[in-house]
Ligand binder design. Sequence first.
Ligand code: NAP
Ligand code: SF4
Length: 682
Amino acid sequence: MLAAMATPDANPFPHLFAPLDLGFCSLPNRVLMGSMHTGLEDHARDFGKLAEYFAARARGGVGLMVTGGFSPNISGWLKPFSSRLSSRWQVVSHRRITEAVHAAGGKICLQILHAGRYAFHPLSVAPSAIKSPITPFTPRALSDHGIERTIRAFARCARLAQDAGYDGVEIMGSEGYLINEFLAERSNQRSDRWGGSLENRMRFPVEIVRRTREAVGRNFIVIYRLSMLDLVDRAQAWDEIVALAKQVESAGATLINTGIGWHEARVPTIVTSVPRAAFTWVTRRMKESVRIPLITTNRINLPNVAEAVLARGDADMVSMARPLLADPDWVEKARSGRATQINPCIACNQACLDHVFENRRASCLMNPRACYETELIDAPVVTKKHFAVVGAGPAGLACATTLAQRGHAVTLYEQSSEIGGQFNLAKRVPGKEEFAEPMRYWGNLLAETGVEVRLGTHADAAALKARGFDVVVVATGVTPRDPHIPGQDHPMVMGYRDAVMGTKPVGRRVAIIGAGGIGFDVAECLTQQPPSATTDIARWTREWGVDTTLLQRGGLVKADAEPSPREVWLLQRTPGKPGKRLNKTTGWVHRAALKAKGVHMLGGVTYEKIDDAGLHVSIDGKQQILAVDNVIICAGQESNRTLADELTALGMAVHVIGGADVAAELDAKRAIRQATELAAVL
Ligand code: NAP
Ligand code: SF4
């Protein structure tokens, strides 16, 4: 049916841009901006920033958007005083969002999310009083009356959303939140009409959908987000999930969206090492059983990926959240033949989900304007200047392109033969293939904005002065820190660059000195046999124990990681297990992956010396020799500021950004934000 609807024009994504008729309204394309909490939802008295965030995506052509979760009552709060829609006074605030979206030609649904036992407050409720493994509060078991009140709260919230001008609601039934908790034995041990049999466990979600539909009438979108793969034990069986989908359809849902994995699941579902479109096969299985359109999700980030998913009939729509944070014009660029200009989401979570979990406003590593649309504005310049930007890593690239977009003349110097800096190392790490995409984006943007790019050019201070630049921005990055270990000039020792680039052979027994982000990356490189599992969905699901036959409850089988070709020691001086300082939403994945490969992760290590026998260390006062073939140094970075100091001595106007400014916290998120903010005001 989709193929017949596709227009035979030049657009390479005909399935993505086939309209979707919902009966009472039509969507212009198959892109749903999936729900994602940004932190802006929690300021109900001022939705100006949130309104502009959504309006920018509506202008960018998204077919349908879903807000971050709003709880239908206080017990459903994610955290104290977080987003909620349960009172009439809040309707006025929400109109600011819906009016902005409608003025921009878009459509938007409000997500109704009751946090259940994932709530971070003592008023939390659940089907049974069983604490989740990821929250500190034991929930109160809802009474029969409490359940009835909660169902009414959902329906009332939907009605308020309708009054606020939303085009529909999404009922959050997945990811291990309250509704999902009713469906699984691990969280529902009730013996009344809400627990036990499948019919009883399904009653809560089905009643919510039925009464929501009753409350809002026929011409209002009701999306139900259905957990198609729980990825936890004592959870739903596939036939139960199918039965629920059918009942949700009969109860009046317009669309069913896919949910993959509870938050407490120990299988990664969205991080960058998850293969693209790794879970759309689940939605395709569901398509055999329901008639209403299905939305699929997880790690769909570029138009060719989305088009392939739709073309093979896995779903009727694709949901993306983070890719639209990275580029609000994603849809319009794909539609108008400019897909190569899309700013890519690299699935790092660093500025979006990690921020939300730290109670900070979300943004995007690749696009610092995300959620700052009203604050970080690139105004055209009044007085044009000529800038030199030295260093084409993430900081230099973000600065050069932003300056040029504003109308300045920019010359970008890079001493290596390619742009991208440290991202060129990252893209070679198994599971970080996505880090190649930014170079495609920046390369096109440099050409589009007319930046003069000088690759393979060492910019020295005298030459820059002679060219008469008004201002020089120094983004010369970092150099590896010297750990000063006796014997470190032994031939078995190498830097991380050689290990990642494969420019020197690495033996079968290896010690890595330093267990920061780069130490972990090097360990991933050494313990995986190419090709990377991230490029092979079948291998990846086997390694993480996902049951693609859907015969097991929760969709889990025993994980079967391929053995590492090397024995690896990952070491740090700080006592305790390495990896504690890795990012919140991704660190556990790195630790679990290396554990599965048998990596020895040791803290509290003192490095004594390196000689023919190997690496001599003492741990807890005990001396030992690690008889390794190679030692790889990943001991952090120092700022590379030589050029900045020379330019200052010559009296030139200089700004220092990225790792050249602060190496200790070298990371691309800070570097790109700093560069973009600076370029917006120069
Ligand atoms: P890092 O994260 O600061 O880690 C440096 C490591 O070297 C630490 O384990 C530190 O542990 C050790 N170290 C520091 N001084 C040392 C010395 N004098 N002798 C021996 N060991 C020493 O730095 P990085 O690994 O180079 O990563 C740089 C940045 O890149 C990170 O901060 C991160 O933002 C980014 N990055 C992130 C990821 C990611 O997965 N998110 C991946 C790659 C890079 P002890 O002091 O305890 O020995
Ligand atoms: Fe994607 Fe990373 Fe941006 Fe989040 S911060 S939207 S994961 S690129």
